[in-house]
Design a binder for this molecule. Structure first.
Ligand SMILES: [Mn+2]
Length: 288
């Protein structure tokens, strides 16, 4: 089957759009499995599976003004050049009053996007990994260093990380020493997600929130197509519950680390659905 090359129902032109989808097919820093650069294409293709009306929210996706700006040309960029391009590109979108929705690519795309936002926003990260290393493989922009780089742009107190179940001892110690708010996958289960959401909401206060969704936060049973899968993950319902809880505060989000060569399209399908549900929930909150 041949599908249009843009995200399904993203039919608005850029001027009219409230949301702008951007593909960032970058994959240089993955360490275990490769193919995250195919994420944007496969997420877009999967998006054509879905019907327009969302009975849960009573929203028709086709009524939301969404523009697909295509992919950024990032293939040959260094991680530093990628950071700069994403900061510039995202700043343009924000100047145009657009809400940026980015499709990765590996997680190294996020710090450049966040750097375009004011320093008083909050960042909510859903991720199996802590990503708090100061450098990895001699590269401070490696995907294992995402939260550490974000903590150089905004105060570490403005960051929350949910769903981790893997870290390296030193980054874990650093995160605790610096006061990073995080809740691991086991506490989500033991204390209950609703309670953890409450704690997170209290921690971040009423700040505008940028959400970075590393698809590996989801259990590999639901999302096997990712570059560094970790068992004991969240369910898709859990992720939706978090997105819904913060929908009224969200100022943009990304979905990263979808690695299509490692499954039969199941992870791209979940990513595409989460993009649709996230945009729908944000749109509904903005309409009141
Ligand atoms: Mn991760």
């Amino acid at each position: 089957m041949n599908f249009p090359k843009y995200f399904a129902d993203a039919e608005a032109d850029r001027t009219a759009a409230q949301f702008v989808i951007i593909g960032v097919p970058y994959e240089k820093t993955s360490t275990f499995r490769h193919g995250a650069d195919q994420g944007p294409t496969q997420i877009r293709e999967a998006s054509w599976n879905f019907e327009q009306f969302d009975p849960r929210l009573g929203v028709s996706f086709s009524d939301i003004k969404v523009h697909d700006a295509g992919d950024l040309d990032v293939k040959d960029l260094s991680t530093k050049a990628l950071f700069n391009l994403l900061r510039t590109n995202t700043a343009s979108l924000l100047a145009e009053q657009k809400i940026p929705i980015s499709l990765g690519g590996d997680h190294s795309i996020t710090p450049g996007i966040v750097a375009a936002f004011p320093k008083d926003i909050a960042v909510l990260s859903l991720d199996a990994h802590m990503d708090y290393r100061s450098s990895y493989k001699k590269d401070p922009y490696n995907h294992a260093c995402v939260i550490r780089r974000i903590a150089e742009h905004i105060p570490v107190q403005n960051i929350a990380v949910l769903g981790i179940r893997s870290a390296e001892e030193e980054e874990y110690a650093d995160a605790r020493m610096h006061g990073l708010f995080f809740r691991d996958a086991f506490s989500l289960r033991n204390e209950g997600l609703a309670r953890i959401i409450d704690q997170t909401r209290q921690h971040l206060g009423g700040k505008p929130v940028y959400l970075t969704l590393d698809i590996d936060v989801v259990d590999p049973a639901y999302a096997p197509g990712t570059s560094t899968p970790e068992p004991f993950g969240m369910t898709p319902f859990d992720v939706l519950e978090v997105m819904d809880a913060f929908a009224g505060q969200l100022v943009g989000f990304d979905v990263v680390e979808v690695c299509p060569p490692y499954d039969q399209g199941i992870t791209a399908l979940l990513a595409a659905k989460l993009v649709r549900l996230g945009i729908s929930a944000m749109s509904k909150e903005r309409k009141g």
